[in-house]
Design a protein around this ligand. Structure first.
Ligand SMILES: CC(C)(COP(=O)(O)OP(=O)(O)OC[C@H]1O[C@@H](n2cnc3c(N)ncnc32)[C@H](O)[C@@H]1OP(=O)(O)O)[C@@H](O)C(=O)NCCC(=O)NCCS
Length: 234
């Protein structure tokens, strides 16, 4: 059990692309990536050889971003580093269902669908919670809070390694912060995930101390520190 959990969370992108998100994947050999506008994350087999990197390069195309998420494997030297970001993976440590009413009962929390995508993209552009594209909402359930019809906060599910669901795109418009919207949305997602007999986890940038404090208060604890890395394909 412990090993299975560790494996799933150590390669969350690959585990999602091979499993729950297989219908949103593009694959070549042992390399995989998400379809355009869903996510940029790519995965490669553990201990990849030159053929595996060549497959990923062919899958992505020349000079394209290979967003390797938290994968520690080093690509060939002609793959140019594009970005590095220190972060941490946190898992929800609650052993039972959270003491929260269902999402619908939390005032103002609504489920967001494809029609809300322009507003979601606008909120993400204003708050920068992390990568989010026009089809990212297809990865899972996205919840939002509206204030007089305007979307002011949202959060949703992203990676889905077996037994786990990642909470992502947690953001609140600057003018609506400090009112508990993010706490409510994350709690609503935790409730849904736990009700499916899955466990919530998330990733956060190391520098985002405010968000880390919020997640700790909501019952998340750090499982491990990670480095997010991206490269340009040759
Ligand atoms: C982090 C964020 C989502 C919090 O949204 P929010 O709706 O204001 O959060 P809440 O009102 O639920 O706040 C919950 C608690 O966290 C605290 N908190 C929120 N943001 C904080 C910050 N930047 N620094 C310190 N504490 C913070 C609040 O004081 C509150 O504590 P309290 O309930 O004990 O008073 C919001 O600041 C945001 O959108 N940031 C930019 C995007 C981002 O970084 N998202 C996280 C990506 S992993």
């Amino acid at each position: 059990m412990v090993n299975r959990e560790a494996t799933a969370l150590d390669d969350p992108v690959g585990e999602s692309l091979r499993g729950h998100h297989a219908h949103l994947a593009r694959r070549l050999g042992r390399a995989a990536t998400y379809q355009p506008e869903v996510a940029t994350f790519s995965a490669i087999t553990a201990e990849p050889g030159p053929d595996d990197w060549a497959d990923l390069a062919r899958l992505l195309g020349r000079g394209e971003l290979a967003d390797m998420f938290s994968c520690a494997a080093t690509p060939p030297s002609d793959w140019e580093p594009a970005f590095t970001l220190e972060g941490r993976q946190m898992i929800w440590s609650g052993s039972s269902r959270p003491d929260q009413p269902p999402a619908e009962a939390i005032a103002g929390v609504v489920e967001l669908d494809a029609e809300s995508v322009p507003e979601m993209l606008d909120l993400v552009a204003r708050t920068q919670p992390g990568p989010f594209w026009p089809r990212t909402h297809q990865l899972g359930t996205y919840l939002g809070v509206r204030d007089e019809g305007t979307l002011v906060a949202m959060a949703g599910e992203r990676l889905r390694p077996p037994g786990w669901a990642e909470i992502s795109a947690v953001c609140t418009a600057p003018e609506a912060r400090g009112r508990g919207h993010a706490a409510n949305l994350v709690s609503a997602l935790v409730t849904r995930i736990v009700a499916r007999d899955e466990r919530p986890f998330l990733h956060v940038a190391e520098a985002n101390t405010g968000a880390i404090a919020l997640y700790e208060r909501l019952g998340f604890e750090t499982r491990k520190h990670v480095t997010f890395r991206g490269f340009r394909t040759p």
